[in-house]
Design a protein around this ligand. Sequence first.
Ligand SMILES: *Cc1c(COP(=O)(O)O)cnc(C)c1O
Length: 367
Amino acid sequence: MIPMVDLKRQYEEIKEEILRDINEVFESSRYILGPKVKAFEKSLAEFHNVSDAVGVASGTDALNLALKAIGIEREDEVITTPFTFFATVEAILYQGAKPVFVDVEPETFNLDPEKIEQAITKKTKALVVVHLFGHPANMPEIMAIAKRYGLRVIEDCAQAFGASINGKLVGTFGDIGCFSFYPSKNLGACGDGGAVITADSLLAERIRMLRNHGSRGSYIHETVGLNSRLDEIQAAVLNIKLKRIKRYNELRRKKAAYYTDQLSGIVKCPVENKGFYHVYHQYTICSPYRDKIKDYLGRNEISSVVYYPLSLHLQKALSFLGYKEGNFPVSERLSREVLSIPIFPELSEAEQEIICVKIKEALKDGR
Ligand SMILES: *Cc1c(COP(=O)(O)O)cnc(C)c1O
């Protein structure tokens, strides 16, 4: 079976360093908010050329803490995309706020800047922008709109570590950038983990307190927060992988170029807008024959996954928001046509060749 991602191959390459540094954590017996987390936060901030990075327990909590830090509360409206992982919207709902969906661009799968203004009301406080599959959303246009209306911007960079627009990294356009280090993400830990980055030291300070029960330590609590810290073992692994992330992303881009070369004209391949640096967390093709391709790949021992099969506005859990079929036609069509195929830095050319041959075979008549 060719898997969507094979984390074992990456581990084999860096095993010695990983085991050495994890052992260091055990030997020091500093498991929470110790030197590994501190070092990682420093490197993460430097990588993005911002003043602050704060390690947290997951990407979902990064979003939760970011929204709380900018003061999102009950009755507020927050604009976001219906074509994303559920956590993006969960975080908005956890503040008691109301998610307001805006349809996406068919080419990039990201928020369509042209449709944002019509969704803004007096209650709108912020936007949560997702850089889906590794292609940056159109931040220059989105930031211009946010500025015009005085809205805060949170970037969900869970799938886009290292992606950029004209050299400017995602996570550095809005007020706060949120990252997930779930093991299969481009920069993945060996368990759950996340982080926020910001150029606003006051916001960083607030998030540092919020992740630790609203306290700077010593059992003095200035506000009510939660327990959401990145742990030392995760940070040990992330320190090792962060040094290699540029190469990992370059390798993903190479695999993507191979697919695009082989599959253009057969299915709709992902685009990369001019000046945008795509990091291909997923390589996602579109075809009206999606299900046929997926079935055929499965029968030939090739994994593929539909990210995402149901637009969020049609999810049962969100039915109380009152959206209906037809509200976001682009997102709805994508959910019927997208298919993500295996991509990861260690995927071999031989494997890619088989995948491409099988996709072509799937679309021949009579199969
Ligand atoms: C993975 C992901 C998250 C959540 O991250 P966790 O670390 O799993 O909590 C949020 N948003 C998007 C777009 C994601 O892909």
